[in-house]
Design a protein around this ligand. Sequence first.
Ligand SMILES: [Fe+2]
Ligand SMILES: [Fe+2]
Length: 170
Amino acid sequence: MKIENMEELFMAEIEDLYDGEKRLTKALPKMAKASTSPQLKQAFESHLQETQGHVQRLERVFSEMGKPPKSETCEAIKGLIEEGEKMISDTDASPLRDAGIIAAANRVEHYEIAAYGSARTFAQILGLTSAVSLLEQTLEEEKMADKKLTQLAESMINNEALRTAPVHHR
Ligand SMILES: [Fe+2]
Ligand SMILES: [Fe+2]
């Protein structure tokens, strides 16, 4: 269906996010299970809780707009999740895998930050005050999740990964 005005464009963004967030509620437990670092496991488990809240906030946005929740396949999140799964199958359970999972998960958070930023800005110019506030709350949690993952990588996991196996120099 053709998008013909700003409200339809806004709803298209929300439908894309709704699909992505629902996929992430299924992917995050797998990322937590595959992680070897207890701190990383914990970070994924706590972001899973937040992600369930993100789904609910989007359902509130649908309801504020007087529409039933609708998903439009988010090819980007789908693809990023597949890359995360490939990272798990390409590595043994080790800090090396943890470092790879973080690199995959940071990509997801950056996508979400971009998408929620645009959706929030669209809601602002449409005068959808309550949607702005719901989307901003989620946007802040995505930024915090991204920072947390980066901090785990840079403070600890990347160095452990470096020691996981000797580097082959030629
Ligand atoms: Fe999210
Ligand atoms: Fe997220």
